[in-house]
Design a protein. Structure first.
Length: 228
């Protein structure tokens, strides 16, 4: 009997695979927080981004990512250790910041169309609480790169300079990325990235390495699965 139990458990792990993040259901929406000790983030099984685009380990930058979902929203938490900062000198947390990717950011690329994988959404936040969201179509680019699209997503950030870690949280309206009714078992295509540090020593950290210089390689995306 023990061997059968072990085999069943192993099968579950194999089924999830290295390219799957499980987003745990939460009964109601909560006040968005970047505090990893908040009870809303408890029970969220993390994944880790620690390699560059080519699949090589980036020492000192192992990034923890957690996810939750409600009937209305999809949540992400990033825990981001760093060595150096590259922050925009005049940050705005009330207006969208185009080209935020020129500075330190955490990014989510997510798409719901498995037939047209080169169409997806991009969400970014900085250690200072800046944000930008984009509607991406790699075959037929949107005007101005799609950054004028507005999802209504929200962010929170906290920078702990003493311990060289920054924390960022996102709340994304589900109906802005997937028109299907959210339910356990629903899957989307996803990848997570970070850009960190000054340009002369910039770190690129990917959850699923793209094996190209670009982050925009939807063929490399993993899977986000909603679960109870």
């Amino acid at each position: 009997m023990k061997s059968l139990v072990f085999f069943a458990a192993a099968s579950v792990l194999l089924a999830e695979g290295p390219g799957v993040i499980l987003s745990r259901h939460i009964n109601s929406d909560f006040t968005l927080t970047a505090d990893p000790n908040n009870k809303a983030w408890k029970g969220a099984r993390p994944v880790f981004a620690e390699r560059n685009n080519l699949g090589e380990i980036v020492p000192g930058h192992r990034t923890e990512i957690r996810s939750r979902w409600s009937g209305r929203n999809l949540y992400f938490l990033f825990i981001c250790p760093y060595e150096e900062l590259n922050l925009k000198p005049d940050p705005s947390v009330t207006t969208e910041t185009n080209k935020l990717w020129d500075w330190d950011v955490a990014e989510v690329f997510v798409g719901s169309d498995f037939q047209h994988i080169r169409q997806y959404k991009e969400f970014e936040l900085s250690p200072q609480g800046e944000w930008v969201d984009l509607d991406i179509d790699r075959d037929f680019p949107k005007p101005e790169g799609g950054w004028k699209w507005d999802s209504g997503f929200e962010v929170k950030a906290h920078l702990d300079r003493a311990n060289k870690i920054w924390y960022g949280a996102m709340r994304i309206p589900l109906d802005r990325i997937d028109k299907r009714r959210p339910a356990p078992g629903l899957e989307m295509r996803i990848n997570f990235y970070r850009l960190q540090g000054p340009k002369e020593n910039r770190k690129q950290i990917a959850w699923q390495p793209t094996h190209e210089r670009s982050h925009h390689v939807p063929e490399a995306f993993g899977i986000l699965r909603l679960v109870e």
